[in-house]
Design a protein around this ligand. Sequence first.
Ligand code: NCD
Length: 322
Amino acid sequence: MRTDSGYARGSLLTVDGLGVDEVARILELTDRLAEMAAAERAKVLAGRRVALLFYESSTRTRTSFELAAKSLGATTTLVSDKSSSIEKGESLKDTGLTLRALGAECIVLRHPAGGAPFVLARTTGLPVLNAGDGMHQHPSQALLDLRTILARLGLKDKSVDEHVLEGVTVTICGDIRHSRVARSNAMLLPRLGAKVLLCGPPELLPEEARSLGGVEIVREFDAALAQSQVVMMLRIQRERLAGLEIDLADYVGRYQLNEERLRAYAPKAIVMHPGPMIRGLEIQGEVADSPQSAIEEQVSHGLDVRAALLVRALVRERRVAA
Ligand code: NCD
């Protein structure tokens, strides 16, 4: 198991080893920041510098980290692989050291290689926030998903402990194999008492996924839905398929979350998707737009949770946000 210990305090590299107490503290800080008036909030990280280092495309994650940092008064700079010396072959280590020399105090990293945030944290000594590394982890997504679930189930004001999601079953359906979102959620949610069902065809959900522990594989979507209070849909990650062929018509027939299926098997379930979603493939547009959908709420919670993660990374004396 690889955890955050040994790296700069305030780093969030993986949910491995992220204790329930720490999750509770992050969510409390999220609430406190969300309740602050804008002017007060803008003082929390005034004058601090945050670098956003993105080697892969992103809409929600990048924008929410950036807007969260700005709302706290921090200065942000975006370095993306498309327009920087990364294109000229500069290594992650040298890019990180350059950002540190320029005064960056925290780096938010998205990278196609699993484990890259650990390398960056080690070489720079700075707090690093993992914004998605390859097929490995997406810890801030798991935290924002958790906050969305707690809010939708009316549990937001309950204390977050290992029982808070007892009796809640969450189905994660789709391309589990390539999904860092699935991995982080499947590790985090059972720690809070939830039951996690993974659903998808063997090509996209190998039997080895059981090794995540605390999860069950249910191949038949309708059977998984019938047990679930929450259903999280995932995109097929075409960019990571590496020659794997999927019969899309067959996939849609078996695994698309459509109105008919939702009405028949999970008429009250909360529908989630980390985005980007492909309407008409893993999810029908009508379902994404329905009252059951919490997809836009996930995005808003992302802004709040990422603000807390930035404060956690940059403020030693967290009383400042009380
Ligand atoms: C996901 C990601 O990049 O891991 N998106 C996100 O961060 N919200 C999922 C995906 O790319 O399908």
